[in-house]
Ligand binder design. Structure first.
Ligand SMILES: Nc1ncnc2c1ncn2[C@@H]1O[C@H](COP(=O)(O)OP(=O)(O)OP(=O)(O)O)[C@@H](O)[C@H]1O
Ligand SMILES: [Mg+2]
Length: 407
């Protein structure tokens, strides 16, 4: 990889390396050119000012640090250094003329890193994606630099909620001296309009505000921006058929029948049963009857089910259905579902009145400190999320032939 030019904003990172300032924070959009220039400036600064000294390069995990920081850094062409990375000790030795310095790789979320970093004295620490690290690790690493008068701390991240500890304690605390640079994709000199538009299409809602606009915003209000554009009156003539299910005995039970063609899917029919409202509980066998009714006339490839519904899964298998346990990562699933709604990868048939109603009710918990949804009116929402995060995830990727590194 070649770095031919830096953007003005990236130039500010280099200026920090040659300044008296002790703390740099770069936050903002994905792909905006924060990590690559920060790691370059970090090593340059270290080699210019120190010899036989320890530094730390921290990622979310050590393998993240190796993949996102070390590897791109080693691939920069024309570097004036000799570099050697020892996997067993996770240490990069950088040599230049008669000097050498040692850069240890750590993962903020790795327990082993927490213990290892305690034993070191560091002249500088680079925290890549600091908002994904626990505060205890970051504090620990900072404490290791206190004996160096001219130590520097380098932080970068994408925004999260304004309740996040890093936002409160570092970004908005005026008592903390720092240079703060806010990045947008325009600050990355290699991205053109088409690449930026493409990256923008991978985020919707609060995730768009954070990862594209670079804003520290709360997840509040409705989870999905759902409207007439997401509803269809036609039923596709053919395709592959799937059923996604959120299982509940006391809570509502929701199942949707999907027709998938290429990277597009339509929820053509659904079944929704609220045991509490109807005051009659249904058994697994009753539910299996309803799923069979929903499937009637269609060749169902797979039924995607809430992985915790063990007895129900066994009952469905006895009826001959092929089961796929759903990926139940909530935020990841919401992020995907939001994007598929925005880009038209999933549509809801007008007859699916229960899921259409839930789209209008499903909300973020405004009072929670971390991103949390209110666990009400979320049953069709859950089965749709399972479908998107288990089946559509592969369909959309295959068709677009492109996997952004941040998905
Ligand atoms: N000045 C530059 N010259 C050449 N390539 C660059 C330059 N700036 C950024 N890039 C490239 O652009 C891509 C995105 O940059 P980088 O990974 O530094 O962004 P980031 O802001 O850290 O993104 P994220 O928030 O997603 O981690 C990388 O492939 C990087 O090598
Ligand atoms: Mg980065």
């Amino acid at each position: 990889m070649q770095i031919e030019k830096f953007s003005k904003k990236q130039g500010e990172i280099l200026k920090f390396a040659y300044s008296d300032e002790g703390v740099l924070i770069c936050d903002g959009a994905v792909r905006s050119g924060k990590t690559i220039v920060m790691s370059f400036a970090f090593v340059l600064w270290a080699m210019d000012n120190f010899d036989k000294t320890n530094f730390a390069i921290c990622g979310k995990t050590v393998s993240n640090a190796e993949r996102n920081i070390l590897r791109p850094f080693q691939q920069i062409e024309g570097m004036p250094f000799k570099m050697q990375y020892k996997i067993s000790t996770r240490m990069l030795t950088v040599r230049c003329a008669d000097r050498e310095n040692y850069f240890y790789l750590f993962g903020g979320k790795d327990e082993s890193s927490q213990a290892l970093i305690q034993g070191l004295t560091l002249a500088g620490v680079l925290f890549d994606e600091v908002a994904l690290m626990p505060k205890s690790f970051v504090d620990q690493a900072i404490a290791r630099t206190l004996s160096f008068k001219n130590a520097k701390l380098w932080f970068n991240c994408n925004p999260e909620s304004p309740n996040h500890w890093f936002y409160k304690e570092w970004i908005t605390d005026d008592k903390k001296q720092k240079k703060h640079l806010h990045f947008l994709m325009r600050d990355n000199p290699i991205l053109g309009d088409a690449e930026i538009a493409r990256a923008e299409s991978f985020f919707a809602g609060v995730f768009y505000q954070r990862f594209i606009l670079g804003e520290w915003v709360l997840s509040e209000g409705l989870v999905y921006d759902f409207g007439e554009d997401n509803i269809v009156d036609e039923i596709p003539a053919n395709g592959e058929y799937y059923i996604s299910i959120d299982y509940g005995t006391m809570n509502p039970f929701s199942a949707g029948l999907w027709c998938v063609l290429g990277d597009k899917a339509t929820r053509i029919k659904e079944y929704y049963y609220n045991g509490r409202e109807k005051a009659v509980q249904r058994t697994d066998e009753d539910y299996c009857d309803s799923v069979e009714e929903l499937a009637n006339g269609y060749n169902i490839r797979q039924v995607i089910v809430d992985p915790s519904a063990a007895s129900f899964i066994a009952a469905l298998r006895r009826r001959g259905f092929t089961i796929r346990k759903a990926n139940n990562d909530v935020l990841d699933g919401i992020r995907r579902t939001a994007v598929y709604l925005k880009n038209g990868n999933i549509k809801i048939h007008r007859s699916c009145v229960d899921s259409i109603a839930e789209f209008g009710l499903y909300r973020w918990d405004d009072k929670a400190t971390a991103d949390t949804v209110i666990k009400e009116n979320d049953h069709a929402m859950d089965d749709i999320r399972y479908f998107c995060n288990t089946i559509m995830k592969n369909k959309v990727r295959k068709e677009s032939n492109y996997t952004p590194i941040f998905m």
